[in-house]
Ligand binder design. Sequence first.
Ligand SMILES: N[C@@H](CCC(=O)N[C@@H](CS)C(=O)NCC(=O)O)C(=O)O
Length: 244
Amino acid sequence: MLTLYHFWSSTCSRKVRITLAEKNIEWQSHHIDIVGKLENLDPDYVRLNPKGVVPTLDHDGKIIIESNIIIEYLDDTFPGVSLSPDDTYQRAVMRLWLEMAELQVHKNINVVSYNKRHVPRADKLFSKQEQRELIVNFPDADKRVTMLQRLENGVTPEEEAFAEQRLAEAMDKIEETLSKSAWLAGDEFTLADIAIAPFIERFEANNMDALMDFSKRPKVGEWWERVQARPSYQEAYAFENPNA
Ligand SMILES: N[C@@H](CCC(=O)N[C@@H](CS)C(=O)NCC(=O)O)C(=O)O
């Protein structure tokens, strides 16, 4: 039995749902509302995911966290279509994309989203004092420090500009790679494409026009069309907010 603890619009949850759909794996949904109800901070959930974030996978009682690790686990564990290159060098390349998705793209989109999306959403739900109390109880120490700093000082225009630059560099790297191969880690669609794709949708949702100007990065534009046309992408994105 496979249960995915996830949130309908989270990028990291979407990576896992695309992988599950690609491999045609049956799974059970346990929706964790990370916005309105903060179910990710519930002690029972934090026992499963000590960082208090989604997604978490429960496979017959075996708990796996971190979306990149989850998608590799799914690919390694379940038969059928393989989403990792056979060639060990290409496999290393794929893993570099997974790392980049987390350390360069996810990290910096969070910085860019803070003033635009996070602050208005949090202010609508909680007073600043309530936000402070929630943050000091965050289970993950790194996130606690970062979020407390952001609550006190905001994200500065310089930090936002630097994050945007790092995202543009990531898009340049994608363009360069796709000028040499059909997919990010070679000629086949792999976990590398799955790990990056949800962030492109997030750039679109954030109206980041400079990043989404495909006349400047035509290969990315063409790849993005191919990714969105896949049934797995459509299935992952069809999961709607059950609390709406
Ligand atoms: N490195 C983690 C990041 C997980 C993560 O940050 N998840 C976000 C949603 S995409 C989350 O749960 N946020 C809730 C919060 O930060 O309070 C992974 O890839 O699984």
